[in-house]
Design a protein around this ligand. Sequence first.
Ligand code: HEM
Length: 672
Amino acid sequence: MSWSYAALLIALVLLSAFSSFIRLICRQLVSPLRRLSGPSSPSFFLGNLAEMHDQENNDLIARWEQAYGSTFVYKGFVGGCRLMTTDPVAIAYILRNAYDYPKPDFVRESLATMAAGHHGLLVVEGDEHRRQRKILTPAFSSAHIKTLTPIFWQKAVELRDNWRSFPAHTQIDALSWLSRATLDIIGLAGFGYKFESLASSSAPTPSSEFAPGSHDKEPNELSAAFAVIFSTARKFRAITILQAWFPFLRKFRRNSETMRKARATMRKIGLQLIDERQEQVLEELHATHDPTETIKPRLGRDLLSVLIRSNNATSAKERMSSLEILSQISTFIAAGHETTASGLSWCLFALAQHPQARQRLRQELRELDAKIPRCDCFSAQSSSQSEPQSHHRFCDFTSPEHRLAIEEALGNCKYLDWIIRESLRLHAPITSTMRVCMRDEDEVPVSGPLGPGDLGGYVDCEGNRRFSVKLRKHDIITIPIQAINKSKRLWGEDASVFRPERWEDLPDAVKLIPGLFAHTLTFLNGNGTMTGGNRGCIGWKFALTEIQILLYVLLRDMDIFMDPAVKIEKKVNIVTRPMIQAKPELGNQMPIYVHVENSSDEDEGALHGNKQVNGQSARSISVRTKRTDGSAPAAPKPTEQRSEGGSSFPKSSCEHKRDRRSLANLFPTPFD
Ligand code: HEM
C-alpha cells in the first residue's frame, strides 16, 4: 500500500471518529440562536459551563435574567449557543411537544449509566416512551398510592424512633437518614424488597403484605450494588463530556471489576424479583378463574406487581420485555429515592430557618388529633395513657383506621400544604433539565407583557424586541426548573424568600407556568399530551404522599433546629443536595438538632420496660435500646457536641462523600 493510500485511510478513520464533533461545529455555526443575546463566554472549550456549576449558590441565572431578560443564550461546549428561558409560554410549548423536544443524547446516556438503564422510562423516547408510560401509569394512580401508605407510616415511625433515641443536643445528618428512609420505602413499595437501611438489626419486620418473597438473607446486597453504580456515575469527569461528543470514546468507559459485579448483582436480584412477581400474578389469575378457590390470594401491591399485571393485560406487540421491566426497577430507585430525601431535607432546612412557620405548622399537626377519633395504637412510648387525647405522643400508627383518618385530615391541612409547596418551589430537588429540538426548524412562542412595566418577549443581539425564538434541529435548550420557580418576573420581588403565605393569593403570571404541581416546575410539566408526549414526573403523588406522612410523624412530637453558624450551600449533581459551606470535604450533609419535647417526662422505665400495647411489646423500645448501645453499625453516627461552623461533624458514612478538588467541581453536571 502506498503512502498516499495509508494517509487517506488514516484521514477517513479520523473523520469517522470525529464526525459527530465536526457535525456539532457545523450545526453551531448555522444555528439561529446566535442572534440572541447572552453572557460572554470565559472559555472556548467549556463556554459558561464551569460558572454554571455553582449556579444554585451564586444566583447566576437570576443575574443573567436581569441582564438579558427571560430568554437568552449561554455558551456550551466549544462555543455552541444554548437557549435558556424562564418564559412560561416558551417552556409550555417545548414541554408540550415532548417527543419533538427529547432529552439530548448525552443526557440520556448519562441517566442510563447512572443506573436508570437504557430502557427505563426516564431515558426512552417517542413511541417506546408512550408505550411504557401507558403500562406504568396504573401503578402510580392516586388510588394505588393510597394502598402503599402503610409502608410510608412504618418507615416514618422507624426514622422518628431512631432520631428520638439520640441523647439531647445530638447533631444528626438529616439527609443521610432521610435517604435511608426513602430507600427503604422505594424498596418495599416499589418491588417488595427489604433494603433495611434504617438500622437493620432493630427494624420491625416489614409488613409481609408488601414484601412477598423478599430477600431476608442478604437485605443489603442490592443497596450496595446500587451505591457502587450510582456513586461512580455521579463522579463527572472530563472524559464524560468528551464521550458525549465522541461516541468511540464510550468504548473506554471505566468498567472495573466492582462495577461489573455491581451490575451483575442488580441484574440478578432484579430478574429474581420479576420472576417472583410474574409467578405471583399468574397465581392470582389462576385463583380468580378457579371456582373452587375459596380464599382469594392477596394481590401484590408494590409498583412492580402492578406493572407486571398491567403489562400482562397489554397486547403482545406493545408489552414490555423483561429487560425493559428490569430497567424500571433501577429507574424507580434512581428517580424516586434521593429526590424525595433531598426534598424533605430542604423542607426541614426551610422550617429550621423560619421558627414562626415551623411553630404554626407543628400546631396545625397537633390539632389534627382533636379532629379524628381516638385510636388504639398507642405504644408504651406514648407519653401517658392518662394525657388528654390530643396530647398523646409518639403514636406507632399501627391502626389502619387511625392512619386513614389522619391521611384524610392531612389532605385538608392548609398550612402543611403551603409549607410543602413553598419548600419544593424554593428547593427543587432537580434544578434543571435539558431538551434538544428535533424538528428541522421551529419557532417557539414567548409571552407578551405579563403585567405593568413588563414588555414581554425578549431583545435580540441587534436590539430588536422579538416574540418567538427560531430553532434548528439539534439546538439545545436548558429548562432552568429552579430559576423558573424563583423568577421575579413571575413570582414578584420576594420570589427568593420562603413565605408559605404566598399560596393564599398567587400573582396571575404564575398561573402561566405549566407545572404538574402547584404552578412550579419541580415535577416538570402537567400539560403533556398522549400525542405530544408526557414527561412530567410519574412519581409525584407517591413523593408528595411520602413527604406529607414523614413530615407529620417527624414534626408532630419533635422540634428541629439548626446551628445558625453553619452555612448550608446547594450542591447540584443531578439531584440538588445540601452541603456545609465551610466543610465541603464532608460531602452532602444537612446537620440538624432534634428536640424531643418534655424529654425529661420520658422515664427510662417506660422506655425500657415491657409494657404491652395491644398484646404486642412496644416495638420502638427495642429500637431505642439497640441504637443506643451501638448495635446498628450501618446507621450514620451522630456527633454529641454542638459544632462551631460545622467543625465537629463526623464524615458522613453514606456514599455522598465528595472531594472538592475533584474534577466533578470543574466540569458541569449532565444537565448544565
Ligand atoms: C420530590 C421528589 C421528586 C421530584 C422533585 C421529581 C422530579 C422529577 C422531574 C423534574 C422529572 C422530569 C425529568 C426530565 O424529564 O428531565 C421526573 C421524572 C420522573 N420521575 Fe420524578 N421526582 C420525584 C420523585 C419521584 C418518585 C418517588 C418516583 C418513583 C417512585 C419518580 C419517578 C420518575 C420517573 C419514572 C420519571 C420519568 C418520567 C417520564 O419521563 O415519563 N419520581 N421527576
